[in-house]
Design a protein around this ligand. Structure first.
Ligand SMILES: Nc1ncnc2c1ncn2[C@@H]1O[C@H](COP(=O)(O)OP(=O)(O)OP(=O)(O)O)[C@@H](O)[C@H]1O
Ligand SMILES: Nc1ncnc2c1ncn2[C@@H]1O[C@H](COP(=O)(O)OP(=O)(O)OP(=O)(O)O)[C@@H](O)[C@H]1O
Ligand SMILES: [Mg+2]
Ligand SMILES: [Mg+2]
Lengths: 259, 259
């Protein structure tokens, strides 16, 4: 049973793309077949996996806005790493919300990727830092969602909006959408602010039992690996970033999909 | 002559809100009258200035979407700090793009604030992490724009899109929009990635002479001050964050508006 996981948090810069790219790489290192779907017009996940789409490849923009649903297999491109594939994004995706405003089933366009799902163990979806139609489409398609939460005040405050949006999605479009968990990112145990937000997460009844034991520590190697167009687990296996994302992958596999 | 400065970078989490809030506070400490306009539906600048709007106060949502332009003075609320006022944002602003899709002059709705401008020396506008209609409105209203650039690869790569958008705005809507400058943020001289991006910025012909000498260093006190709902220059005057933002304010005043 393929696990389709949306990685989302409306707050910008909290580690959504870093989590999608590095978690996908860590899962592929453990032998799973993984598909990354980039639904951010800024196409950072596409860039981070070093795979600018070829002329022939379709992107999430085409999949979502084409009049007639294209063959989704044409949107999949390989990456340099075994077991890790990508549906790339495109800057034109930033216009999709207005382009689809009068279209039928505009919230469910990403379900056009469903025929691909059976070929993978995990599908991870990267989202933009807004709760727009793109993120709604991702939530309509995914079976679960993972929240990276930077251990800083604005990122924690953004969780209210996110959970409200998810409640609406469950009522109207996708009742089965479940929370995979919350993963603390940019964690720096030396600072008061990181500890304060970590305590808030641990004490928050909405997430009880769902905050991952693994926290992703603040680690410059994660940023550096993006400079080299390589996930940190491949760029420097011995770094704290690589260790944390491998531990997160193990924990996600161990805890399994929530019933 | 009032300086109206948009603070923008499509990449999420690069320090847009922190720059608007802390630069505004530093300018007010130097005796200038400053208005912060929050045009991000996530209303982080409104939250950071501790000023949730009262029942009576209008927000940028009302200013932009009301059928008939309201009196903009009703959108201004004081903050706890002398010389620092705010036009607050509202989560409903996330629907403005679709709401305005068929409206006349939808790109120029923020110009409804123009009657306020003469009462201030500086107007600083916070933007969301997208290049949507909200950011277009901000660019149509502002006289200059300031780019916070996190010294990390994705934030630098996002500058291409931003400059393309500005070129379009200049051609179609606001030919006088000039670049105030680029300020490096989250700068950590100990890491290779920070130095690598800093070198790219310094060598980039598009910004020659426009990269501020002041870099905002990585400093946990900036994040901590957000936890306390106070700009860092008030929260802890002796911190590196307070020093950097006061130096940036001095540099912006010294260099003056570009002709
Ligand atoms: N644990 C970490 N330690 C240090 N740097 C990190 C860490 N995780 C991510 N980064 C860096 O911080 C920046 C923001 O992360 P990232 O781009 O993954 O966030 P995002 O939520 O996807 O942002 P956006 O909202 O723009 O999509 C990137 O430059 C990334 O390389
Ligand atoms: N120089 C700095 N050092 C350490 N932390 C910082 C610094 N500047 C900002 N921060 C923190 O980093 C996070 C991101 O900054 P901020 O929210 O200002 O970015 P933004 O560009 O406005 O994000 P968004 O794209 O979501 O609007 C915040 O939690 C903020 O407190
Ligand atoms: Mg991202
Ligand atoms: Mg912001």
């Amino acid at each position: 049973q393929t696990r389709i996981i949306a990685v989302a948090n409306e707050k910008g810069g909290v580690g959504k793309t870093s989590t999608v790219v590095n978690l996908a790489a860590a899962l592929s290192l453990s032998g799973f077949r993984v598909l990354v779907v980039d639904v951010d017009p800024q196409y950072n996940a596409t860039r981070a996996l070093g795979s600018p789409a070829g002329e022939e490849t379709l992107t999430t923009y085409h999949v979502m806005t084409a009049q007639k649903a294209p063959d989704p297999a044409r949107a999949v491109c390989p990456t340099r790493w075994e077991g890790l594939s990508l549906v790339p994004s495109h800057p034109d995706l930033s216009g999709a919300e207005v382009e689809l405003v009068n279209k039928l089933a505009r919230e469910k366009r990403l379900r056009r990727l469903e025929p691909l799902v059976k070929d993978y163990d995990f599908v991870l979806l990267d989202t933009p830092p807004t709760l727009s139609l793109l993120t709604v489409n991702v939530f309509a398609f995914a079976g679960e969602f993972l929240i990276p939460c930077q251990t800083q005040p604005h990122a924690y405050a953004a969780l209210d909006d996110l959970l409200d949006t998810v409640d609406l999605i469950r009522e109207e479009i996708n009742p089965g959408l479940t929370l995979t968990g919350v993963v603390a990112t940019f964690y720096d145990p030396r600072t008061r602010v990181s500890k304060a937000v970590m305590e808030k997460l641990a004490a928050d009844g909405r997430f009880s039992g769902k905050v991952f034991e693994t926290a992703i520590r603040m680690n410059a190697t994660i940023a550096e690996s993006a400079l080299h167009g390589e996930p940190v687990v491949f760029f420097r296996q011995g770094s704290p970033g690589a260790a944390d994302y491998r531990a997160l992958a193990d924990e996600i596999v161990r805890r399994g999909a929530r019933p």
